[in-house]
Write a protein that binds this ligand. Structure first.
Ligand SMILES: Nc1ncnc2c1ncn2[C@@H]1O[C@H](COP(=O)(O)OP(=O)(O)OP(=O)(O)O)[C@@H](O)[C@H]1O
Length: 799
């Protein structure tokens, strides 16, 4: 059991506004001290220069310039390590709205380096899993949202398509041991980092959608209290039980937020007093446990009987004796000096073992005596025999050996000649192959990425073809699993090996709905994004990748959306990240090329080394004849080749490492792009609803006249007309039933986007028909108003 108080860290959010006065002192041993200084209130109108200071203690406080990597290393990594050691771990952030909780825990939506604690911890955990082959790890992920005391599962696949309140609610259940269980909260298995990140992304997206909803209903929200009882129940272990818990107080230090920051620090000081008792999580199979306990009871009973002097009267059976002697033999033959003989609490066995040892000892002594007698007799006999051997026959034998040696030397010479011939033959073949590959261009031997490659895997094949002289063992020796290498090269290279015409559309749903399908989709990832992102600029339903699955948008709404995204501030982030992905992909391309070259160089160096070794071996045969130089030292050329191979291997490993990092970075950037896309979409929906509700709420304003006119023009409520001025100002709309009927009079015509397009082209007074359907008309009016707002916004900077 580990007793530990909740660890408290502080993090300052960077500010461009004038910051309040604060000072920070981080001490490795003593912890950190953070002090805020506030001017005292003005009393009775007189200026008072006195100040009040507030001092707080933390384990460590990160100032404004702290990087996400520092936060991970100092705060999250120790918790992840204790989780790997078998303890429960929790990290939570606390602070006022906008102080950086999401940024710290999940990360920023703009840059790869802004990844927060969750993606970094997932990456770290999966890396550690891969390094430990002795243990089987399984990872399950849940994502719970608590709103108004009700829990919702953010990984529920229906989330995106349903309203929050229609989703199954997560219920808190408590068992007899007072353990908390969450019913209806799904546990999703993640086999690797990519799957885990996709789940995180799905949860984030669902949270974003249900949030940009909550903001509408709760406009004055500024502080979310922690007294929320469902949250405290869920975090019960973390806030006072079996867990290693860490809290990050996020602090906004601009002057106007100092009061809130001081409150946050006060909360942190209270939390720092809570002591947890973390217990190592170990679970034993109950059946095994029972068997183990029964065995223990039996042994204890026997030991007790032995201690009490209760002797067993029955003699050991022959079978028991045989088994016991086998045990003793194994004990005696075991070379481990520390091995013990376990006989159990049975005095008969102990006595028999001692008798056995005595017998063996006596046997050994008599054997030794016999041996010493025999060996002295044999020595005497040999000497007599040697002196009697005929010297001539010994000389004959010596001559025979000499002949044998010279025959062998001749044979070796022949072998050497053959080896030389084979080397010469190989060189000829290599030269011939070189010549033929130059005259017959073959894309599979080109290690780079190029226009000639049309098969998405051709580069991969190419890499294998050019490096065919490296065996699988050699790959392993290089420190990389072959499949990892080919997966990496295949993944990155395929981005560039297809041309645009082969693009496939990938809906966001399929991206996170089916990871396997995504992995098998040969469509280049970057292109997948480009298509889904750039497609929205065109008419004819291409905006759809931006919109929710199943959304039916009117042509007008589509057009409004098109204008909306052009001006959206996140558009810049999209462009920047796209550029970055391109840059990283280009870097990956260069690195893959480099990797292929290194592989080829290693193969070539190995060939040279082998050749050199063969030559040296042959050289030795000659030396046997007369000038043999002892010692198996490497010659300088071999040494040089070995050194070169070593250096190339280092380069190979470094390149592979960088490629892996790039692959993760590109994947992450693509997720960021998807996130921004969802944000734009939800922003638009909110803005659109806002505009619609503004218009509906304007019954007494200028729009009221508009409605009155419409209903007057169409008593039946089915067709109404309104003429729109070229500036498209709905406030200036008027309607004429006569005009309307003479130009267009059916709802079908209304739905044709060409008419909407006419609005845009500022043609002279195009007609906008209303449908009589209240909801649709509200959309129409919202569109007109929204469009007008957008156009006036656009026009403003030019004025
Ligand atoms: N350390 C930081 N570095 C750079 N930007 C930051 C940092 N912390 C926060 N931000 C930015 O400040 C803004 C608000 O941060 P964030 O959304 O994380 O606040 P929050 O505490 O989660 O707010 P809320 O309680 O309203 O959800 C975001 O745009 C975020 O990117």
């Amino acid at each position: 059991m580990v007793k530990q108080t909740i660890q408290i860290f502080g993090r300052m959010k960077p500010t461009k506004n004038p910051a309040g006065v604060y000072s920070l002192d981080n001490d490795e041993l003593m912890g950190a001290s953070l002090e805020f200084v506030l001017p005292k209130d003005l009393t009775d109108g007189f200026v008072n220069n006195k100040r009040e200071s507030y001092r707080f203690r933390f384990k460590k406080v990160f100032d404004q310039q702290a990087k996400q990597e520092d936060i991970f290393k100092n705060i999250a990594k120790p918790v992840a390590d204790s989780v790997l050691a078998g303890f429960n771990g929790t990290i939570f952030a606390y602070g006022q709205t906008g102080s950086g909780k999401t940024f710290t825990i999940t990360g920023g939506a703009e840059h790869y380096t802004d990844r927060g604690i969750i993606p970094r911890t997932l990456s770290y955990l999966f890396e550690r899993f891969s390094q430990d082959s002795s243990t089987v790890y399984t990872t399950h992920i849940s994502y719970l949202e608590i709103y108004n005391e009700v829990g919702y599962d953010l990984l529920d696949p229906r989330h995106e398509a349903s309203r929050l309140e229609d989703l199954p609610k997560v219920l808190i259940m408590e068992d007899t041991d007072q353990n908390i269980h969450l019913r209806n909260l799904s546990l999703q298995q993640a086999a690797n980092e990519e799957e885990a990140l996709n789940l995180l992304f799905l949860g984030d997206t669902n949270r974003m959608i249900s949030e940009v909803i909550l903001a509408l209903s709760e406009r004055s929200r500024s502080h979310i209290p922690y007294r929320n009882s469902m949250l405290t129940s869920v975090l019960r272990d973390s806030l006072g039980g079996n867990c290693m818990t860490t809290m990050i107080a996020t602090l906004a230090v601009d002057k106007r937020n100092l009061d809130e920051s001081i409150s946050t620090c006060r909360f942190a000081q209270r939390v720092a007093l809570i002591k947890n008792e973390a217990i190592l999580n170990e679970e034993l199979d109950p059946v095994l446990l029972i068997a183990h306990l029964k065995e223990e009871i039996l042994t204890l009973k026997k030991e007790l009987a032995m201690m009490m002097g209760e002797q067993k009267s029955k003699q050991l059976s022959t079978d028991e004796i045989l088994k016991l002697e086998e045990l003793i033999k194994a004990f005696l033959n075991d070379p481990d000096p520390d091995v013990t003989l376990s006989l159990g609490p049975d005095m008969r066995k102990v006595q028999h073992s001692f008798l056995y040892f005595k017998k063996k000892l006596l046997e050994k002594q008599s054997e030794e005596n016999q041996c010493s007698d025999q060996s002295s007799a044999a020595t005497r006999k040999n000497l007599a025999h040697i002196s009697a051997v005929d010297m001539n026959s010994l000389k004959g034998m010596l001559r025979q050996r000499d002949n044998e040696i010279s025959i062998l030397v001749k044979m070796l010479k022949k072998e050497k000649q053959r080896a030389d011939d084979a080397v010469a033959q190989l060189s000829k073949i290599a030269i011939y192959q070189n010549l033929s590959s130059q005259s017959l261009p073959n894309c599979s031997t080109v290690p780079g990425f190029g226009e000639g490659i049309t098969d998405p895997l051709s580069l991969n094949h190419g890499a294998q073809a050019t490096s065919s002289s490296l065996t699988r063992e050699e790959y392993v020796e290089l420190g990389d699993d072959v499949s990892t290498v080919s997966k990496l090269t295949g993944e990155i290279t395929s981005t560039y090996s297809l041309n645009g015409q082969q693009l496939k559309s990938t809906s966001p749903q399929s991206r996170y709905g089916n990871v396997k399908a995504q992995q098998e989709d040969p469509t280049p990832k970057e292109n997948r994004f480009q298509e889904s992102h750039e497609g929205h600029m065109n008419h004819g339903g291409h905006v759809l990748p931006y919109m929710k699955k199943g959304s039916q948008l009117s042509a007008g709404k589509l057009e409004a959306f098109e204008i909306f995204i052009k001006d959206h501030e996140e558009q810049k982030i999209i462009e920047e990240n796209k550029k970055l992905i391109k840059k990283r992909s280009a870097e990956a391309e260069t690195l893959s090329e480099h990797l292929n070259q290194v592989r080829n160089r290693i193969a070539e160096l190995k060939k040279q080394l082998q050749m050199k070794r063969r030559q040296r071996a042959a050289q030795r045969f000659e030396d046997v004849e007369g000038n043999y130089t002892p010692g198996g030292k490497l010659d300088p050329i071999e040494e040089d080749l070995c050194e070169q191979i070593k250096q190339e291997k280092i380069a190979y490993k470094t390149t592979i490492g960088r490629l892996k990092t790039l692959s993760t970075e590109i994947e992450h950037l693509q997720l960021l792009l998807e996130k921004v896309k969802v944000k734009i979409q939800t922003d638009f929906q909110r803005w659109w609803s806002q505009e619609a509700s503004n218009l509906q709420g304007c019954e007494t304003g200028p729009m009221a006249g508009f409605h009155t006119l419409s209903s007057h023009a169409s008593p039946s409520g089915t067709v109404a007309m309104c003429q729109v001025l070229p500036e498209i100002n709905p406030d200036h709309c008027y309607s004429s039933a006569q005009d309307a009927r003479s130009s267009r009079s059916t709802e079908d015509d209304f739905n044709q986007s060409s008419e909407w397009r006419a609005l845009d082209s500022s043609g002279p007074s195009p007609l906008v028909p209303l449908t009589g359907d209240q909801r649709v008309d509200a959309d129409v009016l919202a569109f007109l108003r929204a469009r007008q707002n957008l156009l006036s916004k656009k026009a403003a900077p030019q004025q």
